[in-house]
Design a protein around this ligand. Structure first.
Ligand code: C2O
Ligand code: CU
Ligand code: CU
Length: 520
């Protein structure tokens, strides 16, 4: 047994430079166990509760909110076309772990602690989607205006993919997710089964989140912005912690065998984005995006992830026997530039029969001329009565009337015109889309008279984005175009920026999928 000595310096959880790295083993979240199975139906009961969690070997336990007492929550594993039912239950305290800003949408007159679970990336009926106003308080004592059912139904009629579930309650999503309410949901499919991808313990999910701590080891989330807003507590325009957790441990290490691994990487951070690099720039193969496998593997040295984006990569550790490879984040320097370490120190337990596929399958293509409708949607900012920024989609607030009403059976192109100074990861519920292109435009002209004057050619999506996506980086000064089909469901969904501080104020809009005219 390798032991880690107590560090010479005293560890202060609020001072990242005092926290030794790579002393905790990477935990793999447990697989959720169904309560019962009847015929083809698998039924789970998952409870949200307050629990204690140790983020680091030298930290005292911290109070977090978890699913079934775990952070990250248990991983739900299923297969394409195998329906899953989950009764999500709230046993959380009545008081929030973090300061609640009572000026935000949905926070006034409602219980302080509310939850509703969204399965991110899933193709589901509206009443199982976790609509932000379908919240419920402890023991369903109070429910939001859109609440319809206690048991959610996930038909999983979609491609194999790395999905994740997380809280989505109106006005406090940033706080609930930061408290620990997130977990993996993996769908496997027959296509992927035929490929010889690394599986079992060689198929590893990695949930990356930045966190900050108080000196006593409790989680820190700011009460106000800097400089402070006159209303207190107040939402801040963004939040980035000063440590990195992977599957709930700070800068962990994973001992690996000298063979191929499949890594499913999720950025579950509130605001922070990452550009991942392995060692001094070792090559890996990306095999999947948010919505499943790519057409063929892509050889890369770095891959970027905005909040909520997933990537799956194949890494071959066979030539690094005895070596230690650091997974880095080149977007930051210092402590935030380090994610975790892979120690290639385990003996090979069996011959590696996995393969890097030559060809995979990404289903049908979508081309821009197939669109029945094109929507131009701005990303912009105004200020509120307290001089705080309010971020908007299509220049509207969450409470404004529904304007995005795609028709079931139609194909739409959405063009995000980013008028702000930073990228926003835009997420649409219900669908998986394709990124068409990004194109620079003249911001001043747009602000003068609303006309789009392009200042350069269309830029193809990054190599790592050429698959099914549910979240896309809308760059500043660019028009980012995506295309999607609205297939089987009608009803109320949402689309929003996945920077959770933006989503809560007020970068989220309703979307209503409507039936064809003759059905209405
Ligand atoms: Cu991952 Cu609407 O959320
Ligand atoms: Cu979602
Ligand atoms: Cu945003």
């Amino acid at each position: 047994m390798e032991t880690t000595k107590q560090p010479a310096m005293t560890v202060d959880p609020s001072k990242p430079e005092t926290i030794p790295k790579f002393v905790d083993e990477l935990p793999i979240p447990e697989t959720a166990k169904p309560k019962h199975r009847k015929e083809d139906k698998v039924y789970y009961e998952i409870t949200m509760n307050e629990t204690r969690h140790q983020f680091h070997k030298f930290f005292p336990p911290s109070t977090v909110w978890g699913y079934n007492g775990m952070f990250p929550g248990p991983t739900i594993e299923t297969e394409t076309n195998k329906p899953v039912y989950v009764k999500w239950m709230n046993k959380l305290p009545e008081k929030h772990l973090f300061p609640v800003d009572r000026t935000l949408h949905g926070t006034m007159g409602n219980p302080e602690v509310r939850t509703v679970v969204h399965l991110h990336g899933a193709h589901v009926a509206s009443d199982s989607d976790g609509y932000p106003e379908a919240w419920f308080s402890r023991d369903f004592a109070r429910t939001g205006p859109a609440f319809k059912r206690k048991i959610y139904e996930y038909p999983n009629r979609q491609r194999g993919a790395t999905l994740w579930y997380h809280d989505h309650a109106i006005g406090i999503t940033r706080l609930n997710v930061y408290a620990g309410l997130s977990g993996f949901y993996l769908i496997r499919d027959p296509i992927e089964k035929r490929l010889k991808l690394p599986s079992g313990k060689f198929d590893v999910p990695l949930m990356i989140q930045d966190k900050s701590f108080n000196p006593d080891g409790s989680l820190f989330y700011p009460q106000n912005s800097d400089p402070p807003a006159p209303v207190n507590p107040s939402v801040q325009p963004f939040f980035i912690g000063n440590t990195i957790s992977v599957n709930g441990k700070l800068w962990p290490r994973l001992k690996v065998e000298p063979r191929r691994y499949r890594l499913r990487i999720l950025n579950a951070s509130n605001t922070n984005s990452y550009t991942l690099k392995l060692g001094d720039g070792r090559e890996f193969y990306q095999i999947a995006t948010d919505g499943g496998l790519l057409e063929k593997p892509v050889k890369l040295e770095t891959v970027s992830l905005e909040p909520a984006e997933r990537t799956e990569i194949l890494v071959d550790f066979s030539t690094f026997q005895g070596k230690k490879l650091i997974l880095q984040n080149t977007n930051s320097e210092g402590d935030m530039g380090v994610i975790m370490r892979f120690d290639v120190t385990l003996p090979l337990s069996e011959k590696d029969t996995s393969e890097i596929p030559v060809k995979m399958d990404s289903g049908q293509q979508l081309t821009e001329d197939a669109a029945d409708k094109t929507r131009l949607l701005t990303l912009s900012a105004i200020t509120d009565q307290y001089e705080r920024p309010v971020l908007l989609l299509d220049n509207r607030m969450w409470d404004d009337l529904v304007t995005e009403k795609p028709v079931r059976g139609s194909t739409e192109v959405w063009k995000f015109i980013n008028l702000t100074a930073f990228p926003h990861p835009i997420h649409i519920h219900l669908v998986q889309f394709k990124v068409l292109h990004r194109r620079p435009f003249d911001l001043e002209r747009f602000q003068e008279n609303g006309s789009i004057i392009y200042t350069g050619p269309e830029i193809a999506p990054d190599e790592s984005e050429r698959g099914w996506k549910d979240t896309v980086r809308a760059d500043p000064g660019m028009v980012t175009s995506i295309i999607m089909e609205f297939k089987e469901y009608t009803g109320d969904y949402v689309w929003h920026c996945h920077i959770l501080e933006h989503e809560d104020y007020d970068m989220m809009r309703p979307m209503r999928v409507v039936g064809k005219k003759h059905e209405r």
